[in-house]
Design a protein around this ligand. Structure first.
Ligand code: DGY
Length: 425
């Protein structure tokens, strides 16, 4: 019999088992290092039962911060031959061996949530971490803007690796000279749930390009054919600026620079509006062309404090059509693929971020519904990396840190509401 208590215990055990002594791996095997945004979710999970450990996660993340402020998407604290592409492929020179790109900057948002759990001792941690967050946010503002929207320079930077948002920009890459390599992800997880070889060749080609330019941002700006203004980065950074400002005020720091960043991104978010599809969409910074994709990242608008009546209409439609949360791709899109990673599956972590936005926007009915749907997916099918949005079946890696974390912080709160549906005993 599955009970709320039993699920809480399992979630805590997953976090503890994935703890490598200060930082947490997303899951054993498939992702054996510290991933940037996974790590912020991990801190949120730990904060539900061990705030001291939650703060550690951030310190370990910022150990890898580069001189220019960038915080890499993977920190290779200890080499693990089970993962490709490892530190030798990236060829980076930061303080910790790392990848050369960043990831959605949700750290400030979750740090604020950890502070709320630990208001007294937490302020000293915020004071120490605030300048590091400022430097990272500034790096995005310096190097990643297009018309005020935030761009990704590699699909992995959005965290939504194989989302159809990138299809057109990826098609413009000819991965000539990429050479032979052995993928490791498909030895951990069924290939039908992972990106294709077509995508992977281009991921690796982009890594090789960055390496050949010594990860120099000015050179990359000139030479990288892949530069897409992205709803994930734009909305998470806008939200993160707002959270950083609140934390800055709490420690008496000057926050005027953050105000100007917020104004810039508020204007930039508008440039992601695709009137034809009626949604916030990715936009190719080189060609100006929209992707024509309603994704789960489009629904992060409310997280950033940005509303639109047509997004509300999409939300109502999708919540009614799909039982397990917001799919990574509109189920009405021809490319929808219920099990393939970011081309259809529902992700508990994205549902959580969307849910935070809905709660802040006062859309409490929708927030409750989304939380209950996510709760059911986890209660019925475990702490999977992601889920089939139509039947809830688990996909990708298991015993996943971020799914366990959002169970403890958010989705588990709906346990009582779903009990009468026979989900919990
Ligand atoms: C991978 O290796 O699949 C990751 O998503 C890269 O961050």
């Amino acid at each position: 019999m599955t009970t709320k208590q039993g699920l809480d215990d399992r979630a805590r055990r997953i976090l503890t088992q994935n703890d490598r002594g200060g930082y947490t791996v997303p899951t054993d095997g498939l992702y054996p290092y510290q991933w940037n945004w996974d790590s912020a979710f991990a801190a949120y999970g730990f904060a539900q039962f061990d705030t001291a450990r939650a703060w550690q996660e951030f310190y370990w993340l910022f150990k890898g911060q580069w001189d220019d402020g960038m915080v890499p998407h993977i920190l290779f604290h200890r080499t693990d031959p089970g993962y490709f592409p490892g530190p030798d492929v990236w060829g980076c020179n930061g303080p910790i061996p790392s990848s050369g790109i960043s990831q959605p900057p949700v750290a400030a948002t979750f740090m604020r949530k950890v502070l709320e759990k630990d208001p007294q001792a937490g302020l000293a941690h915020v004071a120490e971490l605030f300048p590091k967050l400022m430097a990272w946010h500034k790096w995005f503002m310096d190097w990643r803007l297009d018309r005020g929207a935030v761009c990704v320079t590699h699909p992995w930077e959005a965290g939504r690796d194989n989302a159809p948002d990138w299809d057109k920009a990826m098609a413009a890459i000819d991965p000539v000279g990429v050479g032979e390599y052995t993928r490791r992800d498909t030895s951990h997880v069924d290939a039908s749930m992972r990106p294709t070889k077509y995508d992977y060749d281009r991921y690796i080609w982009l890594v090789q390009l960055g390496r050949s330019l010594n990860w120099d941002q000015a050179a990359l700006l000139e030479k990288n054919p892949f530069r897409v203004a992205d709803p994930t980065l734009t909305f998470t950074l806008l939200r993160a600026h707002r959270d950083l400002k609140v934390m800055g005020q709490a420690i008496g720091a000057d926050t005027s620079l953050i105000d100007s960043w917020i104004t810039t991104l508020e204007a930039g978010a508008k440039t992601l509006w695709n009137e034809e599809v009626g949604c916030f969409d990715a936009r190719n910074a080189h060609t100006g062309e929209f992707s024509g994709v309603l994704s789960n990242a489009s629904f992060l608008c409310w997280l950033a404090g940005v509303d639109h009546p047509r997004m509300r209409a999409h939300l109502t439609r999708i919540l009614a059509a799909v039982p397990y949360g917001i799919p990574s791709l509109d189920p009405a899109h021809p490319e929808f693929d219920a099990k393939r990673y970011w081309r259809g599956p529902t992700w508990a972590v994205m549902n959580t971020l969307i849910g935070f936005g809905l709660e802040d926007e006062g859309l409490t009915g929708e927030a409750d519904e989304l939380r209950a749907q996510t709760c059911k997916a986890i209660a019925r099918h475990g702490f999977a990396e992601y889920f089939d949005p139509l039947d809830g079946s688990p996909a990708g890696g298991g015993s996943f840190t971020w799914t366990a974390a959002v169970w403890l912080g958010w989705a588990g709160r709906s346990a009582a509401a779903v009990e009468n549906e026979g989900v919990l005993g």
